[in-house]
Write a protein of this length. Structure first.
Length: 221
């Protein structure tokens, strides 16, 4: 079992629960931080001291305050750490359950497990720790299809934004105005029409309403 673990979580109650789960696994060398920047510094220092952390458990969302952060989110943190230190195991423990986000973290950033904060969250976290220790990946059941065949679709953050606004009832003209107001590109009506038509074909949707229903069922929005 892991012998040195770092927990990056800004909510005290959740942090205590994670600590208790680690203790039940007889892990005693547990360090906890409330900022991603502190997690990064601790991990780098531990490597320099030749006593590295073996596992990081981190949330994705952190409350902002007066302190400016190099790593404002857990996603920024794990993306950097996985590039710099492939030996570090990383488990994300978050309320975020969008399949597209989970897929990005697992396939692109290379995290080892994704656990959803829920009623069974700590039980699943314990299972995830055991699984990751065996060099295997773990996903909470509610996001397990993130790596399934249906989720293996080419869809970008821009597509997600289009689909979100479509689901909010905006017309294509209104979506174009929305994107222009926020300096997002491409924002032309023709670009939006082409992308939505491509998404309809890709998801085999008969119309815009059907498209929104499909992507919601997949957990993409």
């Amino acid at each position: 079992m892991f012998t040195k673990v770092l927990v990056s979580e800004d909510m005290d109650d959740i942090s205590k629960g994670v600590h208790a789960s680690l203790s039940e696994l007889r892990i005693t060398n547990i360090h906890q931080v409330q900022y991603c920047d502190d997690a990064y510094l601790k991990i780098k220092k531990a490597i320099l001291d030749e006593n590295p952390y073996q596992l990081l458990i981190t949330d994705l969302s952190f409350s902002t305050d007066h302190r400016e952060q190099r790593f404002p989110t857990g996603e920024h943190l794990v993306k950097t750490l996985k590039k710099q230190n492939s030996n570090l195991k990383i488990i994300v423990y978050s309320v975020e359950d969008r399949l597209q986000k989970v897929r990005l973290l697992m396939k692109t950033h290379g995290i080892d497990a994704y656990v959803c904060k829920s009623r069974r969250g700590l039980t699943e976290l314990t299972e995830a720790i055991r699984t990751v220790f065996k060099n295997e990946n773990y996903l909470s059941p509610q996001v397990a299809q993130a790596l399934g065949q249906k989720a293996d679709l080419e869809i970008t953050d821009f597509d997600i934004e289009l689909l979100k606004q479509l689901s909010n009832g905006l017309s294509q003209d209104e979506i174009s105005a929305y994107l222009k107001k926020r300096n997002m590109t491409p924002s032309s009506l023709s670009s939006i029409e082409k992308r939505l038509n491509k998404l309809r074909i890709q998801f085999k949707a008969s119309n815009a309403i059907h498209l929104v229903a499909i992507v919601k069922d997949l957990g993409l929005i």
